[in-house]
Every structure is written in C-alpha cells, then in structure tokens.
Design a protein around this ligand. Structure first.
Ligand code: UT7
Length: 332
C-alpha cells in the first residue's frame, strides 16, 4: 500500500520576545500567574506592522522544502492552516504560493484553528494515497498579536497567544512501515461559542459596528474552564483510538507532540495516556499558543534536535475552537 510520509519540516518565529513581565505592564497579571496556569514564560510577536501569516510561513516553508530536497517549483499543492489569515479573503495559501514562486498550483486554506494542522495532514494523506498530488506543502501560521486585546479587559485571552509558523512536506513513500499511519478527526459545534471571534460577521448588517468595536466583539473570547475540561477529555480519547486501531500501546510511542494550549493540559493528557513526561514535546514555554503552528513547530524543532530520526514513532493530538479535535500517528 502506498503511504504518505513527512519528508521535511521547518519553523519560523519572529524575533520580538514578549515576556510575562512585559504584559504585566499593560494589564493586571503576573509572571507567576501565567506560568502557574499555563507554563508560558514568553512568546514572540511580529516586529512591525505589515507582517502577515503568509510572511511568517515563507521561511518555515523554505526550511521544510530544503530538508525534503525540493524547490518551490516542485510543490503540487499548498494547504495553509490558520485562524489569522493575512486578510479576510483570499486565503493565505495564495499569498504564500506567490511569495514562494510556486507554479499555478492548488492553494487551500483550512480554518480549523488548533486542530488545523492535523486536519491538513489528513487531507494531504488522502490526496497522496489517491494519487492526486505528490509534493504537498502544509503550513500552520498565525499572527495573533494584532488581534488580541492587550489591556485589562482582554487579559484572560491575551496572555495565552503568540505569533509563529511551522511547515511540513508530505510525499509518497513506498515503505509501508513509514509515513502517516493514522489520522482521526472530530468536531462538535455545541462548543462553537465557547471560543470564538464573533465580528465582523456576515450574519449581521452591517458586519461591524462602532458598538461591536466598543464592546470588543472583534477580539477572541473564551470560556477557559469549559475548553480545558473538553481538551483533557477528548485529546486522550482520540489519541488512544488512533493507537488502538494500529494495535499500538503507549509504549510504542517514541515522542508525543501535542497542540500547545496549556502545559497543564499536555501533562494531564500524557499522564492519562501513560506516556512519560520525557517523551512529551513542548514549546508553549517559549512561544505561547501559536494555534495551527504549534504541532509543526514541535515536529521541526524535535527533528533538528535529533529527537526525531528514521523510525521514530510520533503521536500527535490537538483540541481547540469549534470544538474540533484530532490525532495522528506518524512513523518517520
Ligand atoms: O488552543 C485553544 C484551546 N485553548 C485551551 O485549551 C485553553 C484552555 N483553558 C485554559 O488553559 C485555562 O482555563 C486558562 C489558562 C485559560 C485559565 O486558567 P484557569 O485556571 O481556568 O483560570 P480562570 O479562568 O478560572 O481564572 C482564575 C482567576 C480569575 O479570577 P477570580 O474569578 O478567581 O477572582 C480570573 O479573573 O484568574 C483571573 N485571571 C487572571 N489573573 C491574572 C484571568 N486572567 C488572568 C491573567 N492574570 N491574565
């Protein structure tokens, strides 16, 4: 059976480091509160106005293509996972296609927030196994810093998010034992309003009013406790289902790369799955929650550090807005 394999990974973080103490100058919060509740020490923000998600994606994509031994002209399809596209439309994938100098190929945006990377992986896997495309570039990239409320009213959400990009290249593999072994995707719209950015909205006339701006309805809102409860329930459930389908146990997992929303969530999920903490990858301490970018950044950094090598079996899981959640098992 033909499989799809991840053959390259890359990441890029903007250079501007924003510490918890920096945020404590803008709102009532503290390094201690943020670290205890989330594990975040610092995050990155874009250096100046005019940098979009597709700009962060360019260096991440180039690094992934280099590792796979491909040039931009070799790419057959781009899948761009983001909740913070450069502009409302068109999607960020077309901006990336143009900036990279790819051919006039397929360019698709995926709007599945924290699960966006794993949803994209499932699409790439299906395309490749069906013979539709050969060289698929997946990017997860977010610019959150321009869309969060960096003041007292927004403090519960603003301290969580950072900017960044991660990318992988997916290609056919003849080796049946290597590649994307399993992906499972879920959603339940019962949680759609528990974590959302409401305005501008096509269901309102006009889509954005001064009153909405005054009320801050153009900033993300989250019921943190509800999201936390769902995440620690659904991430282990979907990950365990993937492992069971493959006849694997947690002992067969070499590395666990979960979405990075909260260090406590990931430690609890790993514990529930019986995966020791030393197999757990985290970057939330340095980058905060970079949403669709967290998992590809984790893969890329782990690969560069030698934690991923030929044969490494990697489990991934994500939960986020929608609600949406997903898991994947990949053998490198
Ligand atoms: O990637 C998308 C998916 N997102 C997630 O998975 C996030 C899931 N949720 C969480 O990670 C946690 O719920 C949070 C980290 C967001 C919050 O932690 P928590 O332990 O649930 O705190 P809380 O919301 O219950 O807030 C506790 C207190 C409140 O004060 P009172 O009501 O106890 O007096 C908040 O007003 O902390 C207060 N608070 C803050 N204090 C200092 C809220 N935000 C802040 C802040 N600094 N930034």
């Amino acid at each position: 059976m033909m499989r799809a394999a991840i053959t390259g990974a890359g990441h890029y973080l903007p250079s501007k480091v924003v510490t918890n103490d920096d945020l404590a100058r803008l709102m009532t919060t503290s390094d201690e509160w943020i670290q205890q509740r989330t594990g975040i020490k610092e995050r990155r923000f874009i250096e100046h106005d005019g940098i979009g998600a597709s700009d962060l994606a360019v260096p991440a994509a180039k690094m992934a293509l280099d590792q796979a031994g491909l040039a931009p002209v070799d790419v057959d399809a781009i899948i761009f996972a983001t909740l913070s596209p450069d502009v409302n439309f068109p999607g960020s994938a077309v901006f990336l296609q143009h900036k990279l100098g790819c051919r006039q190929i397929c360019a698709l945006d995926v709007r599945n927030q924290c699960s966006g990377f794993l949803y994209s992986l499932s699409i790439a896997d299906a395309w490749i196994r069906a013979g539709v495309y050969r060289n698929v570039l997946i990017v997860g990239a977010e610019v959150h810093s321009t869309g969060i409320e960096l003041n007292e009213r927004g403090r519960d959400v603003a301290v969580l998010f950072g900017d960044g990009a991660g990318a992988v290249v997916v290609q056919p593999s003849d080796d049946d034992a290597r590649g994307i072994l399993d992906v499972e995707l879920h959603a339940d719209g019962v949680g759609a309003r528990e974590l959302w950015l409401e305005a501008p909205a096509s269901m309102y006339v006009p889509r954005l009013t001064q009153a909405m701006l005054d009320e801050g309805r153009h900033y993300p809102k989250m019921n943190g406790k509800a999201v936390f409860r769902w995440a620690v329930d659904k991430m282990p459930e979907v990950a365990a289902a993937s492992l069971a389908r493959l006849g694997m146990t947690s002992q067969d997992v070499d590395l666990f790369v979960p979405h990075q929303a909260n260090m406590r969530i990931n430690q609890l999920v790993a514990m529930k799955l019986n995966i020791p903490q030393e197999k757990l990858v985290h970057n939330i301490d340095r980058y905060g929650n970079t949403t669709a970018a967290t998992i590809p950044i984790g893969l890329s950094e782990s690969w560069k550090e030698g934690r991923i090598a030929k044969g490494t079996r990697v489990l991934m899981a994500a939960f986020g807005a929608g609600f949406t959640w997903a898991s994947a098992v990949v053998r490198f």
